[in-house]
Write a protein of this length. Structure first.
Length: 464
């Protein structure tokens, strides 16, 4: 943050300064008592297990100030730095984040969706950087706590911000979009992540589409036109709306898709009603997969509408690799590390990438585990993934986890000739793969983050 003082924060939050210098400037938040600096304010969060107010004394050894919702006066010996009494520390952080965002006169692109929002956000930022100074969400800070943390790091040198917003329960998207106040809203896909909390895909779609509630009257919306839930919004929004995808009726679409040597090429097309000539541009991505083509269409469409030269933006995407689905050549094998998270849609997309790998002299092997937070239909979703895998050119499937038994059932009932093995523990799966996989093989690792397949990926990276 720039130009925000303790006095400003007290006014913004309606809080009360218990002690300390009201003219002290604050540049960022700290939610970990072990982190921060003299220019940050500690935000003690009351969690389900731990109340971080107990760490204020340690936090003030590092941080320059603190919020509190439990103290009416500073702890003994700790009155040398500002303490601000507020009703709710998280809400106070959000209020300051909103105030700071409103001070910053720069366009904001907000991205949400059940699948692909991080990669799409990264692609948009990468393409826009062809001729803009771009700020984007740091790491995975897309929650009611993460978004204000992210907002606090926007600087006056930034020319555009690309921010990611997520949710875990109904109502969160509206809170976050009103905090961000985007000029452009992107929804990537309506899947089944968090269906346990929201009950149905229809409810998930309603929650994701709440992103438009933060838009100004002249805001723009970009929707995945290949998603039936999102395609249903055609001609139903009061904002300038663009659909992207592979369907012929999408505004921004891809033609002539070719995957070769770990890269995907296509022709980017746009046709505007009333104009005779289509915009057509050849694009080569540094990543694989049809899903990444859609992500790139969103990125290039936004660049087009924001006046960024399409040739330059397309050129930037050639060097894009992303942080999620990484293809790594190791001494042990070619590894597709997609262990960050998983849903039925992203699991299928990852398997498609494995199936599309060319020049594979060995085997195509998938090491999978459970997809979490899928609610009452979790077994059906895993069976559905198995039935899908049964039709793909894989040589071997190895899984662990109770729900992953349903993946194997889906395979065996649809393709009994495909080799698949279930393991009781992650260590058993790791030991098997480290022994079985050969240098000429391609190995995909994919599961929800909670199943910790990252440990297996690290073993392959580190030759363990």
């Amino acid at each position: 943050m720039e130009g925000i003082t303790i006095k400003d924060i007290v006014k913004i939050t309606g809080g009360r300064l218990l002690c300390g210098d009201e003219n002290k400037e604050i540049r960022e938040f700290a939610i970990d008592s072990r982190q921060g600096n003299e220019d940050s304010i500690f935000v003690p969060i009351i969690g389900e297990r731990v109340d971080a107010h107990r760490f204020i004394d340690g936090a003030l050894a590092i941080n320059g100030a603190t919020f509190t919702q439990e103290h009416e006066e500073p702890l003994e010996g700790l009155a040398g730095k500002p303490w601000i009494r507020v009703e709710d520390t998280v809400k106070a952080m959000q209020q300051v984040g909103t105030f700071y965002r409103n001070k910053m006169e720069l366009p904001v692109v907000a991205v949400t969706g059940s699948v692909g929002k991080t990669t799409t956000r990264e692609m948009i930022a990468h393409a826009l950087s062809a001729d803009r100074q771009v700020f984007q969400t740091m790491g995975n800070q897309n929650s009611p706590i993460g978004v204000p943390l992210t907002l606090s790091h926007i600087s006056r040198e930034d020319e555009v911000a690309v921010l990611e917003i997520g949710m875990s329960e109904r109502g969160q998207i509206e809170i976050l979009t009103n905090m961000i106040r985007p000029d452009v809203a992107v929804v990537t896909m309506i899947g089944v992540s968090h269906i346990a909390q929201l009950g149905s895909q229809e409810n998930i779609c309603l929650e994701k589409m709440d992103i438009v509630k933060g838009l100004p009257a002249d805001g723009m919306v970009f929707l995945n036109g290949d998603d039936p839930f999102l395609a249903a919004y055609r001609d139903k929004l009061d904002f300038k709306t663009f659909f992207y995808g592979l369907s012929a009726d999408c505004d921004y679409r891809a033609e002539e898709i070719v995957t070769r040597d770990g890269r995907t090429s296509f022709t980017f097309c746009y046709h505007e009603d009333g104009k005779p000539d289509d915009l057509r541009e050849k694009v080569t991505l540094g990543t694989m997969g049809e899903h990444n083509v859609r992500n790139a269409l969103a990125a290039l469409g936004i660049c087009h509408q924001m006046g960024v030269d399409i040739k330059k933006a397309a050129g930037k995407l050639a060097s894009f690799h992303g942080q999620r689905q990484q293809v790594i050549r190791t001494d042990r094998c070619t590894l597709i590390d997609d262990t960050y998270n998983a849903s039925p849609d992203s699991m299928k997309a990852a398997v498609r990438v494995l199936a599309a790998m060319e020049d594979v002299s060995g085997r195509r092997i998938a090491g999978l585990s459970d997809m979490l937070e899928l609610g009452e239909g979790e077994k059906d979703y895993h069976y559905e993934v198995g039935a899908f895998i049964a039709g793909q050119p894989l040589d071997l499937l190895a899984v662990y986890g109770d729900l992953s038994r349903e993946i194997i059932r889906g395979i065996r009932e649809n393709n009994p000739d495909m080799e698949c093995i279930h393991f009781e523990t992650r260590d058993e799966l790791k030991d098997y793969l480290l022994t079985e996989v050969k240098p000429e093989d391609v190995l995909l690792l994919k599961a929800s983050n909670g199943m910790k397949l990252k440990e297996i990926a690290e073993a392959f990276r580190n030759k363990q």
